[in-house]
Design a protein around this ligand. Structure first.
Ligand SMILES: *Cc1c(COP(=O)(O)O)cnc(C)c1O
Length: 396
C-alpha cells in the first residue's frame, strides 16, 4: 500500500530526547548496563504533600470532565503564583491549563501562526520548539549563539533576525539545554528591540523558574508593562515539582490568545486531567521553598559534573545557572578517530558515547546547535561519577 501519511507529519522529526531514551532502553534490553543522562526528568518522587492532595481528590469524587481551560480553583492558585513569584497580574480569562506545558506551547503556535510566519528561536532551544512551529505551518528562524555569550542571544542578533514576516520570538529561561538565564536587564534590552516591531508576540517558557542556582534572579518578559500585552508566559509543574507524568502546564496571556487556546483545546483534548489539576492547586499554593531540597541536590550535582567534565581536555562547559543540564562544546573531537571510530559531528559523538561508554546523552543538533551535546544531571552522584569516568576512558 502507498504511504498515505500527510506531508505535515512526514516533515516532523521525532523527538531526539525520546529517541535516545528508546535506543538506551533497547541496549538495556540486550543486557547492556546503560547510564541514562539523556532525559529531562527529575529523578525524584513527587513530594508527599502533593500526592496527598491527589489522593484526597480521588476520595472526594473528582472524576468528571473538567472545564476546558482548567478548574476555577486551579486558576486562582495560578493567579496567586504569578503574583507571588513573578509580580504578574492575570485574570481568570487570561489563563489556560493544559496537558503539560508542551500542549500549552502547541496551542499557542496553532492559534497565532499563519502559513509562512517566522518564529525566532535563539539556539540552543528546547527540542520540540521547531517542530511545534512547523506543525503550525510556521517557519523556525534559528539564531545561533555560542558559549562565548553563555548561549544567550544579543539584542543585535535579535534585530538582524527580524523580517516583515516575523510573528513570534520563543525562548526558555532558565534554558533547556544550556541552563542559561536571561537577567532582567538582558530581557529589557531584547524588549527594547521588540518595541520597534509591535507585531511580534513573545513566548516566554519559564518551566525551570524554580530550578535556579542563585546567580541570576528569575525575570519574566511580561513583567515589563510595554510587553505584557504581547507576551505569553508558559509554565508548568513537571520539572520543579517532579511531576512530569502528571501532565499539567499553563499559560498566562492576553485574553484573546487565552480564549483562542481554550477554543482549540476544546476540540482536541478537552480539559486536563481532574486529579492532576487538584494536586497542582496544592503544588502552586504552597511555598515553592518546599521543593528547595531538590534544587539543593541538583546544585551539588551541577558542581560535581562541571568539575569532572572540566578535567577532560576536549570538553568546554558554560556554567549553567538553572535547570539540570550541562551543554558542553565537544567540537574539539570532530575530525578525530577514537578507538577506530571516526567522529565528524555531535550526533556521531553522542552515538559513540552510547555504544562505547554505555552512556546516553543527546546531540546538540536536536537543540539547534552542532557543536555541543546535552548531558542531564538529574541522576545520582554515583551515576554521574561512573558515567563521566566511562566517557573519559573512551576518549583516549
Ligand atoms: C520539559 C519541558 C517542557 C514540557 O513540559 P511538560 O509540562 O512536561 O509538557 C517545556 N519546555 C521546556 C523548556 C522543557 O524542558
Amino acid at each position: 500500500m502507498n504511504n498515505q501519511l500527510s506531508d505535515k507529519i512526514n516533515s516532523v522529526t521525532p523527538s531526539a530526547t525520546l529517541e535516545m531514551a528508546a535506543k538506551a532502553r533497547e541496549l538495556r534490553g540486550l543486557g547492556k548496563d546503560i547510564i541514562g543522562l539523556s532525559l529531562g526528568e527529575p529523578d525524584f518522587n513527587t513530594p508527599d504533600y502533593i500526592k496527598d492532595a491527589a489522593i484526597q481528590a480521588v476520595k472526594d469524587g473528582y472524576n468528571s470532565y473538567t472545564p476546558v481551560d482548567g478548574y476555577v480553583a486551579l486558576k486562582d492558585a495560578i493567579i496567586t503564583k504569578f503574583k507571588r513569584d513573578n509580580n504578574l497580574t492575570y485574570e481568570r480569562n487570561q489563563l489556560v491549563v493544559s496537558t503539560g506545558a508542551k500542549q500549552a506551547l502547541y496551542n499557542v503556535a496553532q492559534v497565532i501562526l499563519n502559513k509562512g510566519d517566522e518564529v525566532i528561536l535563539p539556539c540552543p532551544y528546547w527540542v520540540s520548539y521547531s517542530d511545534i512551529v512547523k506543525l503550525a505551518d510556521g517557519v523556525p528562524v534559528e539564531v545561533p549563539t555560542s558559549i562565548t555569550t553563555d548561549f544567550k542571544m544579543t539584542p543585535a542578533q535579535l534585530e538582524s533576525a527580524i523580517t516583515p514576516k516575523t510573528k513570534m520570538l520563543w525562548y526558555s529561561s532558565p534554558c533547556n539545554p544550556s541552563g542559561s538565564i536571561y537577567s532582567e536587564n538582558e530581557l529589557r534590552a531584547l524588549a527594547d528591540v521588540l518595541q520597534k516591531h509591535p507585531q511580534i508576540i513573545v513566548v516566554s517558557d519559564e518551566i525551570y523558574e524554580h530550578i535556579n542556582y542563585g546567580v541570576t534572579t528569575h525575570a519574566s518578559m511580561a513583567s515589563f508593562a510595554d510587553m505584557y500585552d504581547r507576551t505569553v508566559t508558559v509554565n508548568g509543574v513537571a520539572k520543579a515539582f517532579a511531576m512530569t507524568g502528571w501532565r499539567i502546564g499553563y499559560i498566562g496571556a492576553p485574553a484573546y490568545i487565552a480564549r483562542a487556546c481554550n477554543k482549540l483545546q476544546g476540540q482536541v483534548t478537552s480539559g486536563a486531567n481532574c486529579i492532576a489539576q487538584r494536586a497542582v492547586i496544592t503544588a502552586l499554593i504552597e511555598s515553592p521553598s518546599r521543593v528547595n531540597y531538590m534544587v539543593d541536590e541538583f546544585k551539588g550535582r551541577r558542581t560535581l559534573i562541571l568539575d569532572l567534565l572540566n578535567a577532560i581536555d576536549g570538553f568546554k562547559c558554560n556554567e549553567p545557572e538553572g535547570a539540570f543540564y550541562v551543554f558542553p562544546d565537544v567540537s574539539a573531537y570532530f575530525g578525530k578517530t577514537l578507538q577506530g571510530t571516526a567522529i565528524n559531528n555531535a550526533s556521531e559523538f553522542a552515538m559513540y558515547l552510547l555504544e562505547k561508554a554505555n552512556v546516553a546523552t543527546v546531540t546538540g543538533d536536536a537543540f539547534g546547535n552542532k557543536n555541543c551535546i546535552r548531558i542531564s544531571y538529574a541522576a545520582s552522584e554515583k551515576e554521574i561519577r561512573e558515567a563521566i569516568a566511562r566517557i573519559e576512558k573512551v576518549l583516549v
